[in-house]
Design a protein. Structure first.
Length: 271
C-alpha cells in the first residue's frame, strides 16, 4: 500500500450515524409528519463479505465487479450527504422566512457540529455558505479511483482484513492493522472498519471536513456555482496532501479516472 497521510480521527459519531453495514436501504428523507424538517435516518443494513477480487483473473471482469461493488456503497453515502445538504438548504429558507422551529434549529446544530463548524451562528448567508462548502457529495469517479488505487483493487491486506479501501491511518494502539514494512519510529496503523460501507462513510466525511482538502471543496463549490457537473478529474487536483507522493499521486488518480472512463458512474445530481 502506498503511504497516505489521511487524517483518520474519530469523527463525531460518523460511523454509528451512517450505519455499519453493506447492504441496501431506502433513500434518506428529511421531511417528517407535518412538514417539519429533520436529519435523515441512519443507513440500516446487515454486514456482507467482501468478494474475492484476487481470484478473478480476467482483468476487465475484475474491474467491472470492483466498480459495481464499491459504487453501491458510494451511492448510499452520497445519498445521505445529499439529504443533509437538502436539510441545510430547506432550513436556510425557513430561517430567512422566520418560520424555523426550535426542533429544526437543534437538528441543524447537530449537523453543524458533525461537520466541525459548531462555532457559527448560522444566521447569515456567509455562514450557510461555509457549511455548504462541506455538506456536499464526492463524485463516484473520484471515490472509485482512490478505492482501486489504495486497496489494490480490493485485494490488499488492509482491504480484505480491515475493510479499509482508502488507506486511512489511525494513531492509537489497536485501532487498526500494523503495516508490515513501516518506517522506524512510525506509530500509525491502518484503520480497521466493521464494513466497507463504514470505510466509505469515513472517507467521504474526511474529505468534507479535513483541512488538507480545502482546495478540493473550493473547486467543488466553483463547479456548483457555475452549474457544472462535479468532475472527479478536476477535484483530484485537491488531493495532493492525501498521499506523501503529492502531485504524482494526483496524476495517477486522474489517469485512472480517464483510463477507466469512471465519469459514467457519476449521477445526474452531479455526483
Amino acid at each position: 500500500m502506498r503511504k497516505t497521510i489521511v487524517v483518520a480521527m474519530v469523527i463525531g459519531g460518523m460511523i454509528s450515524l451512517l450505519g455499519c453495514s453493506d447492504t441496501g436501504s431506502a433513500k434518506p428523507s428529511i421531511v417528517v409528519d407535518g412538514g417539519e424538517l429533520s436529519l435523515p435516518d441512519k443507513i440500516s443494513a446487515k454486514a456482507a463479505p467482501i468478494p474475492k477480487f484476487g481470484e478473478i483473473t480476467h482483468i476487465p471482469e475484475k474491474k467491472a465487479k470492483f466498480f459495481a461493488y464499491l459504487q453501491k456503497r458510494i451511492e448510499k453515502t452520497n445519498d445521505y450527504v445529499w439529504a443533509e445538504r437538502e436539510f441545510v438548504l430547506e432550513y436556510r429558507e425557513k430561517v430567512e422566512a422566520g418560520t424555523a422551529l426550535e426542533s429544526e434549529r437543534e437538528h441543524f446544530t447537530t449537523l453543524a457540529e458533525r461537520y466541525k463548524l459548531n462555532d457559527l451562528t448560522y444566521e447569515s448567508d456567509e455562514e450557510f455558505d461555509t457549511l455548504l462548502l462541506r455538506v456536499d457529495v464526492v463524485p463516484a469517479s473520484l471515490v472509485l479511483a482512490q478505492g482501486a488505487n489504495e486497496s489494490a483493487w480490493g485485494t490488499s491486506r488492509f482491504a480484505t482484513q480491515g475493510k479499509n479501501f482508502f488507506g486511512i491511518w489511525c494513531y492509537s494502539e489497536g485501532c487498526g492493522l500494523k503495516p508490515e514494512h513501516a518506517n522506524a519510529g512510525s506509530t500509525h496503523e491502518v484503520r480497521k472498519f466493521r464494513t466497507v460501507q463504514d470505510g466509505v462513510n469515513f472517507y467521504v466525511h474526511n474529505i468534507n471536513i479535513g483541512h488538507a482538502y480545502d482546495s478540493l471543496r473550493a473547486q467543488r463549490a466553483v463547479l456548483r456555482s457555475d452549474s457544472e457537473k462535479l468532475s472527479g478529474v478536476k477535484l483530484a487536483t485537491g488531493l495532493s496532501r492525501y498521499s506523501e507522493r503529492g502531485q504524482a499521486y494526483v496524476d495517477e488518480i486522474q489517469s485512472m479516472i480517464e483510463h477507466n472512463e469512471l465519469s459514467v458512474y457519476n449521477k445526474v445530481r452531479s455526483f
